[in-house]
Every structure is written in structure tokens, then in C-alpha cells.
Design a protein around this ligand. Structure first.
Ligand code: NDP
Length: 444
């Protein structure tokens, strides 16, 4: 049996009930076969893959808090510190009822390669809780965040582990978490990113993941002789990534026809109205059913459906496994040119393979959505030098990073004889740097 197959089998046996983690390991290791096969003896002797799939450390803890009725609630908190070969652990905190250890491990594992791809000195980690901020009062969210940080603060620090936002963790949650960290430790340091501008946040961090997704998509199309201007797009989700992806797409001359939330989706033939979307989601924290009040010509549909619309570009920006094989088939039947993942692992393995077989340009999340963590690393730099850069400076750096990522993934794919297979390219480019550092640092 090949080294890669042995490790995949061992991961499944050792981590039962963690299907998302299995999926991420399979996707990454399968695409690393050319590098692993070429270095098999050395990697086996150094147990590189065994070390790569085993988190350096994982914390699971109780998070008790009191709701508005005086009832004590208990959630589970997680922080997985996966790999620190190239820098302090870095990765978001997900607050969603679906969170469990397997989901955090899948995200932390992916984060290792994504962070490496940015070219910045950040290792891989991820955390979160099964707490659902939806429908909670500000006081309840604060109570949860303070309790969560009371435990988490023991494991993080500006030079060890720097968490950020993710699904369910936005500016409000980061603020409460930061306040409690400062209170407990007495330290005013860049321990979290995604902070508000008045206390150490970076301009353009809010926009970074969505903007970065479009910078990379634009470059990928350009490398293939296609101009992004004038194209149509379907976007899923209506959260942080989706909103700023739609905004940047429109600035680049793309008409975005859809967005969605976990209840339903919107089709707007005139292009999604970003100002309306922001008001509904960022100000009112309401559902997409409201969108029709702003745009009477739009349609609202319950359930899933954004991938049935005829578009040139598909940008999944909601959550994992939201673009299935039948969705991929519908997109291809409608003549889609490119799929670029704003969310983490939104496309199932079967759907990814089908899209690639059909010649659709496919940018994997670890490359396409790396703009968020890259700008988080820029926030860390600004915190370290106690300076703030302008929006234009940060945005220009972000654009440069995304263009570099695009070329690095394309070059790595070509070097190993997989031209235009950006999944293989992104995984190899991210992996090479991490493995170099792991080999140099010895058996740790
Ligand atoms: P938000 O919480 O801001 O938004 C998430 C969006 O996805 C919402 O519209 C939400 O709808 C929808 N959604 C969540 N879960 C489901 C589900 N199970 N089914 C259908 N829709 C769902 O999160 P972000 O925009 O920050 O994150 C989106 C994705 O991008 C995630 O995969 C995240 O890991 C990834 N990502 C985020 C980065 C960032 O900087 N924020 C960086 C890199 C990746 P509803 O409101 O109904 O829940």
C-alpha cells in the first residue's frame, strides 16, 4: 500500500466519527501524491505525514454562561493547535451549532496549507464552539464570549496562537473576546485579529476574504486569457465573505445574480443590491426574506438553488459541502467557466472532480479565500509595530498576495505535470514550505 493510502486509512481508523476531517485529509493527501512518491523514503523515515495529520495540541473545554432568563447554559469550546512549523498558530473561531471536534480539525488542517500559501509566517489552528449566536441578545453573546475566553486565554498569545473570526464570530464577538482577554491577562496585545478599528484592527480586514476571492478569480481567469469584466456570477451565503465578494465582483464589472442564507436564496436579475444586503445582514441581522422589500423585481425561494442559475462564475461563500455533484452538473450544463471557493471546502470531492474533468477552472478555498487570514497577518504586523496602515496600503498588499498565490499554485501544478489543476497546485505549494520547516526543526 502506498504511504498516502496507509496514512488515510490510519486517520479514518484513529479518528472515527470525524467525516469532515477524513474528507480534508483525503483531499489534501491525494493531491500530494506526486511529491510524497518522489520523497517517500525520507518522508517515511521522518514520519512527515503521521506528524502532519496529528495536531500538536487540542483543547476541549466547558463553557458555562447564564441566559437572559437566569438559566445556566453549557456549551463546548475547542481550540486545535495543528501545526506551528512556520509561525504561531493562526485560524478563526467558529460559533455554530454544528461545531464539533471533527469540523474544527478539518478546518485547522486546511488552515496549515492556506496559511503557508500566503507566504506569511503563520502556522495552522482553528477553534470554536457549538454556541449559536443567532437569536441571542447582546448580553447573552457577551456572557458566552467572556466565559469562552476565560478558558481560551490560557492557550493563546500574540506570539503563540492568534485566533480570528469565522462563521458566527464577527466584530461584536471579537470585541467581547478581546475585552475579556485584556481583563484577565492585563495585556494589550494583538492576540486576536478582526478587531475594531478603534482598538488595533486593520482597515480592509472586513472586506479581505471576499475581495481576495475576487482578486484571485480575476488573476486565474487572466492566466487563462479571460477577462472577468462582463461576466455573471452566482454567490451563495450572505455573511462576511459573501457580502464583500459581491461588492468587489461588482466593482470589477461582474453581475452577481444570487445570494443565500441557511433558509433560502435570492435571485435578482438586476444584480444583488449590496447596500440592501448589508442593511439586512449587518444592521438588522435579519433573514433574506426581507430582500424583496428592497428589490420588488427579485425572487426569494425557500431551500437550496443558487447553482441552478445560468452563470459564468460560481462563488460558494457559505459553508462546507454546499456544492454537490448534481449542482456541479447543473453549473456545467449551463456553461460555467470557473468555480472559486470563498468558503472552506464548500465543494464535495465528487463535485470538484467532476468540474475539473469538464474543464471548469477550479480555485480551491485554501488559495481562493486566503485573503482573510493574509490580512489578519497584516493586522498582526501593524499591532507589533503599533502603527496603522491606510486602506489603500492594506488592499494593495492583499492584491499582491492573492496574485502571488495564484501564480504559485499554477506553477506548482505545472512543475509536477498537473497544469491547470489548481487543487494539486495549491496543496503542493502550501505543503512544500511547511515540510521544509518541519524537516529543518527536527523531531518535534
Ligand atoms: P458568516 O457567519 O458571516 O456567514 C455565513 C453565511 O453562510 C451565512 O449567510 C449563513 O446563513 C450561511 N450558512 C452557514 N451555515 C450554513 C449551512 N449549514 N447551510 C446553508 N448556509 C449556511 O461567515 P463567513 O462569511 O465569515 O464565512 C463563510 C465561509 O467562509 C466559512 O466556510 C468560513 O470558514 C469561510 N472563511 C471565512 C473567512 C473570513 O474571513 N470570515 C476567511 C476564510 C474562510 P445563516 O445566516 O442563515 O446562518
Amino acid at each position: 500500500m502506498s504511504y498516502v493510502d496507509e496514512i488515510i486509512e490510519a486517520v479514518v481508523a484513529k479518528n472515527p466519527s470525524e467525516p469532515e476531517f477524513h474528507q480534508a485529509v483525503k483531499e489534501v493527501l491525494n493531491s500530494l501524491r506526486p511529491v510524497v512518491d518522489a520523497n517517500e523514503d525520507k518522508y517515511r523515515r521522518e514520519a512527515i505525514l503521521e506528524r502532519l495529520v496529528e495536531p500538536e495540541r487540542q483543547m476541549k473545554f466547558r463553557v458555562p454562561w447564564v441566559d437572559d432568563k437566569g438559566q445556566v447554559q453549557v456549551n463546548t469550546g475547542y481550540r486545535v493547535q495543528f501545526n506551528s512549523a512556520i509561525g504561531p498558530y493562526k485560524g478563526g473561531l467558529r460559533l455554530h451549532p454544528s461545531v464539533n471536534l471533527g469540523i474544527i480539525k478539518f478546518l485547522g488542517f486546511e488552515q496549515i496549507f492556506k496559511n503557508s500559501l500566503t507566504g506569511l509566517p503563520i502556522g495552522g489552528g482553528k477553534g470554536g464552539s457549538d454556541f449559536d449566536p443567532k437569536g441571542k441578545s447582546d448580553r447573552e453573546v457577551m456572557a458566552f464570549c467572556q466565559s469562552f475566553m476565560t478558558e481560551l486565554c490560557k492557550y493563546i498569545g500574540e506570539n503563540t496562537d492568534v485566533p480570528a473570526g469565522d462563521i458566527g464570530t464577527g466584530a461584536r464577538e471579537i470585541g467581547y473576546l478581546y475585552g475579556q482577554y485584556k481583563r484577565l491577562t492585563g495585556l494589550y496585545e494583538g492576540v486576536l485579529t478582526g478587531k475594531g478599528l478603534s482598538y488595533g484592527g486593520s482597515l480592509a480586514r472586513t472586506e479581505a476574504t471576499g475581495y481576495g476571492l475576487l482578486y484571485l478569480t480575476q488573476e486565474m481567469l487572466k492566466m487563462n486569457g479571460i477577462d472577468i469584466a462582463g461576466k455573471t456570477a452566482a454567490v451563495s451565503g450572505s455573511g462576511n465573505v459573501a457580502i464583500y465578494a459581491i461588492q468587489k465582483a461588482q466593482q470589477l464589472g461582474v453581475k452577481v445574480l444570487t445570494c443565500s442564507d441557511s433558509n433560502g436564496w435570492v435571485y435578482d436579475p438586476n444584480g444583488i443590491d449590496v447596500a440592501a444586503l448589508k442593511e439586512i445582514k449587518e444592521v438588522k441581522r435579519a433573514r433574506l426574506t426581507e430582500y424583496k422589500n428592497y428589490r420588488p423585481n427579485s425572487e426569494y425561494h425557500e431551500g437550496r438553488g443558487v447553482w441552478t442559475v445560468k452563470v459564468d462564475l460560481a462563488l460558494p461563500c457559505a459553508t462546507q459541502n454546499e456544492l454537490h455533484l448534481e449542482d456541479a452538473k447543473a453549473l456545467v450544463a449551463n456553461g460555467v467557466t470557473a468555480v472559486a471557493e470563498g468558503a472552506n471546502m464548500p465543494t464535495t470531492l465528487e463535485a470538484t472532480e467532476y468540474l475539473q474533468e469538464q474543464g471548469v477552472l477550479f480555485a480551491p478555498g485554501k488559495a481562493a479565500n486566503a485573503g482573510g487570514v493574509a490580512t489578519s497577518a497584516l493586522e498582526m504586523s501593524q499591532n507589533s509595530e503599533r502603527l496603522s496602515w491606510t486602506f489603500e496600503e492594506v488592499d494593495a498588499k492583499l492584491q499582491g498576495i492573492m496574485v502571488n498565490i495564484c501564480h504559485n499554485m499554477a506553477d506548482a501544478a505545472e512543475r509536477y505535470g498537473f497544469a491547470k489543476n489548481y487543487v494539486v497546485g495549491a496543496n503542493i505549494a502550501g505543503f512544500e514550505k511547511v515540510v521544509d520547516a518541519m524537516l529543518a526543526q527536527g523531531v518535534v
